[in-house]
Design a binder for this molecule. Sequence first.
Ligand SMILES: *Cc1c(COP(=O)(O)O)cnc(C)c1O
Length: 392
Amino acid sequence: MSNAWIDINLDAIAHNYREITQHLSQGARVMAVVKADAYGLGAVPIAQTLQKLGCEAFAVTTVEEGLILRQQGIQGIILVLGPVSSKQIEGALEADLQLTIGDFSILTQCATVAAQLGKEAQVHLKLETGMGRTGFFEKDWEDLAESLKAADSINPVGIYTHLARAALLDRTYTQQQYDTFQRGVKKMEQHGFVGLWKHICNSAAFLDYPEWHLDFIRTGTLLVGHFPSTSFAGMLKLQDPWIAKAQIVSLRQVPKGTFVGYQSIYRTKAETRLAVIPVGYADGFGVQPHFIPQGFWDFIKIIIKNFLALCGIFVGQETVAWQGHSIRVAGKIGMQLTVLDVGRLTCQVGDVVILPLRRTQANPRMLRQYWSEERLITKREIKEGYLQTYPE
Ligand SMILES: *Cc1c(COP(=O)(O)O)cnc(C)c1O
């Protein structure tokens, strides 16, 4: 068993789900977004836990993600949010996944494959309202309606769009997206497509626009215990289900002036103890997504930070936590090994430290066990279907 791992508390997921449902406007349901392996937590156990609590709808980005959920016993709606390729459509329809129709080529392919299979494809129409990613632009809505009428094998069950700025304070753009969406809904209704499930809210909009909950809200961020931005913090009582840990596997006393790690960017300032933990950038430790400064002051901050780093002063250096103390990473994080300068702290080999990993960057092989109040559940048990009977 590896000495670096991630624990997931399924009770916290259940708690977050209940908390969200208590804030739903009347008539709305939760569509649990479990894309990207449920934001790094493990889509199957998360979806199984939510299904037990009565969640009836799930969303993923790819057909592949949807098929895994079906194979593992997820029964409700599974909506594929992303564009599909022609080769995937047959498998998706066989598994009763609902597909997103966001352009004419997918519409045609879907209609053809469904007709060949003698099946009806249940689809959600995606409208482009300002995200600039996928969906039908307003100028094409008339053609869309006509094409749908001509495609007997296509059964539109939903219509949705995705908000680009819901997490920002300024509401103007978001309101425009909503108004555009409503025009699209009306257009489809004029063509006889009435009673489609409507959904527009992601986590941020769910919190900020209760009057827009409509038939579904699509939330992932809140379920896994995060807020879309700090301005939302505290609006719900969320629990954090996720924790990454590593055990100290080596500990040495070293003199002042010892160089540590690649390129020797770190040098001990006094006699100290150096600890090694078996985790590195291959596990997603110290890996940050590409970052673009948000405005002028952000840009200045980055320049100052880089300038200080050139002088050997590292602000915002990774730290890990040990028994309430914060321990700094010494030098560059390696592929699978990282050195900590523990100073006077009394850590021992075998002690556990808590890692600040980004969930979506964490290597899934670190997902070792899930726990609930009752007991620990291993990954193997999940594969064998134990979770289908949890919680009893
Ligand atoms: C990821 C995603 C969501 C969920 O957004 P969160 O803010 O993480 O809850 C909703 N809708 C679409 C289309 C998405 O891609």
